[in-house]
Write a protein that binds this ligand. Sequence first.
Ligand code: NAD
Ligand code: MG
Length: 399
Amino acid sequence: MADRITILGATGSIGQSTADVLRGHRERFSVAAVVGGRDAQALAAMAIDLRAEFAALSDSSKLPALREALAGTGIASGAGAAAVREAVDREADLVVGAISGVAGLAPTRDALKPGRKLALANKESLVSAGSAFMREAARQGTTILPMDSEHNALAQALTAGHPDDVDSLTLTASGGPFRTWTAEAMRDATPAHTAKHPTYSMGAKINVDSASLMNKGLELIEAHHLFGMSPERLEVVVHPQSIIHGLVHWRDGAVTAGMAHPDMRVPIAHCLGVDRRLATKVPRLDLAAIGGFTFEVPDSDRFPCLRLARQALAAGGALPTVLNGANEIAVEAFLAGRVGFMDIPRIVEAACDWAAGTSYAAPATVEEALALDGEARAVASRALDGAGGHPPAPERPAD
Ligand code: NAD
Ligand code: MG
């Protein structure tokens, strides 16, 4: 059981779900620090509720608002990179890494400390800096606990046998809000459409990634690093009910599935509990009420991002870092209304083509990954030009 917890990305979707789990176990946990981006009110409210010792925002311009919101509470606060570093350096048994995007890479890496556990939701850290990040975790003696639901389910299912007896791993995908849309309809998709995820409520970036299936592609790369599994032994199947999250196929033909309601409090509680199960408010799984499970092959013609991510995983080298950085630029531009939904794979592909023509190797350090990420962003930003924004699309049913 972890006792002292620090939450990076505390004000986001995963951060709030983490707080909800902690609220059910106040006697067991203390909160060393909470870190957010720019929402002083939300961070202060959480710090007060969880009786955190320290609260930090990455945006230094928000320090006065944070100080005011915490006045008289005795909770120490700071803002800017040094304050985030102070939060990460505070003694903690377990750090929840739930910042969105490559913005989380440096603070999550800084959270790797001897004897500590890192409950990792920020998959972009592993996609962008995979081997370097895993090496640093091993060097520091930090245990990584997968918090992404598929990887958490796989970690649980993997306890059913010997690691040498694993044949392959399957990650499930809900299929996202555009599972049944035509390619033509997807061209007019807007951020509002991507916000209607069928089974999860999440942050804006992962909503877009789930709609494009880039999320599943990023998760294949994440699984490769977390479980040391070669690309051809990693599969994806679409499972719209999102009850089975991951499957371990053993060499005798047996399959162990990790199942739960699609509620992030399940994998969060599994990580926070470490070696004990924590009670949550998640209802008991009622299979008869669900009625049936269905499965489909993902369509990489309509969802080219999945194909691009698979290619980046197979090619290795600089490709995953570039894929991830270019995707972040494309998603930001889509959310800002500057490009259409189907420009996302086009921009990512342009950056991957650029990378394939360079001699860049896989980043050996997190700093190298950040430098390459910066180059990929510049290439992707140039590819934005010429793309039209999305026209105001009529509201369409999500499924
Ligand atoms: P979100 O956008 O809701 O929250 C992101 C958090 O990061 C916020 O607290 C934000 O303030 C903070 N942040 C952003 N930039 C920062 C910076 N530079 N420094 C410090 N903090 C910063 O995102 P989310 O949905 O909670 O997802 C977080 C991560 O978890 C992502 O990597 C996502 O892929 C992963 N994840 C999310 C879910 C989910 O259900 N939401 C599931 C699996 C994995
Ligand atoms: Mg996931």
